[in-house]
Ligand binder design. Structure first.
Ligand SMILES: [Zn+2]
Length: 367
């Protein structure tokens, strides 16, 4: 592939099969990622990856499998993609093998999110048995509503998914039981920690329960999805080349240690803190009351019993109130993964353009 010479260190792997004549090779599938993207993910993004497949509208048909991360400013960050014949256990297994090899990371230390489909469950069971694997709550709801429709149940399912603590999760589930025992039983069969925030680990500093990074990515490359394979891959490379450049430029104009979306969240936390009453226990520990509920905050451990701080890496209302009481800067209590300097590492390396000679070669191969 031409991209290997213009962007050394990129990974393109093609799987072929011998035709019946034993001479010609038939194209089966291709995996593709760029060096700038892999480096950017490892150095500038949290260890959190969404997986998804979408249909292609090409003559070849086939499907596009993608792995998508989240940058410091909470925008999607594509990591790798592959054109495969169909989405099944074998193709996902092949894709994950290539992805883990390209990343050179321990996949068990990454938090993953995807649809709850049998093929991916099997792949994770075999390949990454110790990884945190979340199930996209939108996908769960799409299946749930077929048997349990209605806006009340929809609202309660989301309440259960958004619960950061076991107590809040159980409260939401009890409400579901009162509306429909069958709906409760349906949800109770699912591993709760994989679709509700109360069970999520705090390693990735990413609280997402929906795979919306992949949704955004699939929309971003919509115009590439009806092109022949080689042009589809080239269109994606160009889209990313421009995206990396724009992200670098825009953040270059931004003042501050933290990224803009997190600064906005902190303003909200500071507003929420105004409604909190703080009692000091000493040693940086506090008891905080808000709307009749008590939470325990530990500034040194960067934790609050509401679990928002631990899961997101961003101080919650309760923590913001304690930080204000100490007259400290709230910025100092935000996880480094949201620093502008971390964000810049994700987009630090340019995706190199193809030269005119390269493009002529491409047209000769695929006129
Ligand atoms: Zn809190």
């Amino acid at each position: 592939m031409l991209v290997m010479s213009t962007n050394p260190g990129s990974v393109v792997r093609v799987k072929g099969e011998l035709e019946q004549d034993g001479k010609c090779t038939r194209f089966v599938r291709v995996f593709y990622t760029l060096k700038a993207v892999i480096k950017g993910f490892k150095e500038g993004c949290r260890p959190f990856i969404g997986l998804d497949g979408c249909f292609l509208k090409t003559e070849y048909k086939g499907q596009l499998l993608s792995a998508v991360g989240r940058d410091a400013n909470n925008s999607f960050f594509p990591i790798a993609w592959a054109v495969v014949e169909i989405e099944n256990k074998e193709t996902w297994n092949w894709f994950m093998d290539q992805l883990l090899d390209a990343l050179g990371m321990d996949g068990n230390a990454i938090t993953w999110i995807s649809d709850r489909q049998k093929s991916l469950l099997d792949v994770f069971h075999n390949l990454l048995p110790n990884a945190e694997h979340r199930f996209c709550v939108r996908h769960i709801y799409d299946n749930f509503k077929k048997k349990h429709p209605g806006s009340k149940l929809k609202y309660l399912l989301w309440e259960a998914s958004e619960a950061y603590t076991l107590i809040d999760f159980e409260k939401a589930m009890n409400k579901i039981m009162k509306v429909s025992k069958e709906a409760y039983k349906w949800l109770d069969k699912l591993p709760a920690g994989q679709w509700s925030k109360h069970g999520f680990s705090t390693n990735s500093k990413c609280e997402l329960s929906s795979n919306n990074m992949c949704e955004s990515w699939n929309k971003h490359i919509l115009k590439a999805r009806d092109k022949p394979i080689i042009f589809l891959l080239e269109t994606i490379r160009r889209l990313l080349m421009v995206r990396f450049h724009e992200k670098r430029e825009r953040m270059g104009d931004h003042d501050g240690v933290l990224v803009p979306k997190v600064m906005k969240k902190l303003e909200e936390a500071k507003e929420g803190a105004k409604k909190c009453m703080v009692i000091t226990s000493g040693f940086n520990k506090f008891e905080v009351s808000q709307r009749g509920l008590n939470k325990a905050v530990d500034l040194e451990a960067r934790s609050c019993t509401c679990r928002v701080w631990q899961l997101t890496g961003i101080p919650c209302d309760h923590a913001a109130a304690c930080i204000k009481k100490k007259r400290h800067s709230i910025d100092d209590y935000v996880d480094k993964c949201y620093h502008k300097s971390t964000y810049s590492k994700a987009y630090a390396e340019a995706i190199n353009p193809l030269s005119m000679r390269n493009l002529r070669q491409l047209k000769m191969l695929y006129p």
